[in-house]
Structures are given as structure tokens and as C-alpha cells.
Design a protein around this ligand. Structure first.
Ligand code: TMP
Ligand code: ASP
Length: 253
């Protein structure tokens, strides 16, 4: 591999300096973590699947005019992306209750929500990415009111697109998380979807059987995560031909 500068290493991805200013190379690792990295495993093939799936979703967003960081896939594990200034918020959209909202509000998982609900969490692993309100976001300067309005609009457009794509292959989009970044042009900036869109950051349930096809399989020990992601990729027609994966995740911690 050519020597190049590592910019940042996260739990599931590594960013390298890109070939041109304003670009980065995003490398998808096989590592999976949950509960703020309390639970860790290496799941062979996950990085390859997520690279393909994120390419598929981001290219789809581009086709419907939703701005995002994706430029092109470079190889099995890497894609070229635009470098952005990440807003330190996780933007979550929920269509059905599950996960933390079910716990917080005592709602059975799978309960349809009256409308898509947008939530924000402050990106800080040490604090466990706490839920924050629009008041906090503005007061602490993580984003201004215009950014907030734009983030909500972007998130809801992504939700419409993703819900439709998943419905077409018999999968319910229960919820998902995106990250959003700023692109600066002189003194002005605009917001684009960044990070990744993959089964790591969505809840995806088979419509017929309710089978979970997302990272909850790992979080809750429900079977093979690679099999679940492979099923999503297969239905979307983006299965890479030579993915190999271990039948069982290997615990490394
Ligand atoms: P939650 O129910 O745990 O708040 O998660 C909501 C959605 O956001 C779910 O699809 C998983 C995703 N998510 C992430 O991608 N990263 C995270 O750190 C968390 C907490 C959730
Ligand atoms: N918060 C992420 C998740 O559970 C990963 C982690 O916390 O380690 O989706």
C-alpha cells in the first residue's frame, strides 16, 4: 500500500489524506463495536459490505439531488470522499420506536411513530453521545439556526429516500443515524451528508418476518452479522462477488 497520511482512525473506519485538496480516502474496517465500544469484535467481510452499501446509498442520494460526500469507490474497502467539517452531532430519524427511544419513553419496539422524529445526540464517546435539544445545539454553538433547519430538512429527505429504497426490497427502515458536514466556499458554507450510511447505522427489519438485518444482530447476539448485511446487499443487488466471512464473530475483548 502506498505510504499516505492517516488523518483519523475511528471505531469502524480510517480516513487517509486524499489525492487532491478537499478529498479524503475512507477505509472501512471489519471492526464492530457497540455500547460505546464496551463490546468489540472483528467481523470478516463487514468493511467490504459497508463500503459497497454506503456507496449504493450515497450514489442514490446524489441521483435524487441530496448532497453528500461520496465521490467514487476506489476498491473493495476504500472510497474517495469530500472532506467536510463534521458537525459534532448524530442526527437520528425514527419511523418506528426501537432502541433508546423505546427505553426512554417506555414504548414497545416496533410501535409506529405518528411522524418521523428527528433527534440529535452530541458526538462525544466519553459521555456516551448524549441526547441534546435544539436549545443546547444553538446555545453551545455546535450549529446555528440555519444549520439546524437545514439538518432537519436533509435528514427527512434522506429518510424518504432510504425508506422507499428499503421498502422496495421488503425491508422496513425503523430508524437511522447520519452525520452532516460543512463545505466551505469563501465565507459561506453548505451542509452535506457525510460519514456512512450502512446497516451499522440503521435499523432494518424484514417486513415479512421481522428479522433484524442491522447492527442489532451484533449488539443483541442474534446470529451472524455478516449474514444479515449480506442479505441486505443481496436484496439491493450490490453483493460483491468475492466477500468471504467467518460464520461466527470473533470476540477480541
Ligand atoms: P438508538 O436507538 O440506540 O438511539 O439508535 C438509533 C439509531 O442510530 C440506530 O439505527 C442506530 C444508530 N446509532 C448509530 O449509528 N451510532 C450510535 O452511536 C448510536 C447510539 C446509534
Ligand atoms: N455507538 C455505536 C453503536 O452501538 C458503537 C459504539 O458505541 O461502540 O452503534
Amino acid at each position: 500500500m502506498a505510504r499516505r497520511k492517516k488523518i483519523y482512525e475511528g471505531k469502524a473506519k480510517i480516513m487517509y489524506e486524499g489525492p487532491e485538496p478537499g478529498t479524503l480516502v475512507q477505509y472501512f474496517k471489519d471492526d464492530a463495536t457497540a455500547f460505546n465500544a464496551e463490546k468489540k469484535a472483528t467481523i470478516e467481510g463487514k468493511g467490504v459490505l459497508n463500503n459497497r452499501l454506503s456507496e449504493f446509498f450515497m450514489s442514490g442520494l446524489t441521483q435524487v439531488g441530496i448532497p453528500n460526500h461520496f465521490i467514487k469507490r476506489l476498491n473493495m474497502r476504500e472510497q474517495l470522499i469530500r472532506s467536510v467539517e463534521i458537525i459534532p452531532l448524530e442526527v437520528i430519524v425514527r419511523n418506528f420506536a426501537a432502541g433508546s427511544i423505546s427505553k426512554r419513553l417506555g414504548m414497545a419496539e416496533g410501535t409506529p411513530l405518528p411522524r418521523p422524529i428527528v433527534e440529535f445526540c452530541y458526538k462525544d464517546d466519553a459521555l456516551g453521545d448524549p441526547l441534546v435539544s435544539e436549545e443546547h445545539i444553538i446555545a453551545f454553538g455546535w450549529a446555528n439556526q440555519q444549520d439546524l433547519d437545514d439538518m432537519i430538512a436533509l435528514a427527512l429527505r434522506v429518510n424518504d429516500f432510504m425508506s422507499g429504497v428499503m421498502l422496495a426490497v421488503g425491508i422496513k427502515l425503523v430508524d437511522f443515524k447520519i452525520e452532516i458536514g460543512r463545505i466551505w466556499e469563501n465565507d459561506f458554507h453548505r451542509l452535506i451528508v457525510a460519514d456512512e450510511i450502512s446497516p451499522d447505522s440503521c435499523r432494518l427489519w424484514d417486513i415479512e418476518t421481522g428479522r433484524k438485518l442491522d447492527k442489532d444482530v451484533f449488539r443483541r447476539d442474534l446470529g451472524s452479522l455478516a449474514d444479515a448485511y449480506t442479505e441486505v446487499a443481496r436484496r439491493l443487488g450490490v453483493l460483491p462477488s468475492n466477500v468471504t466471512h467467518a460464520p461466527k464473530p470473533t470476540l477480541i475483548n
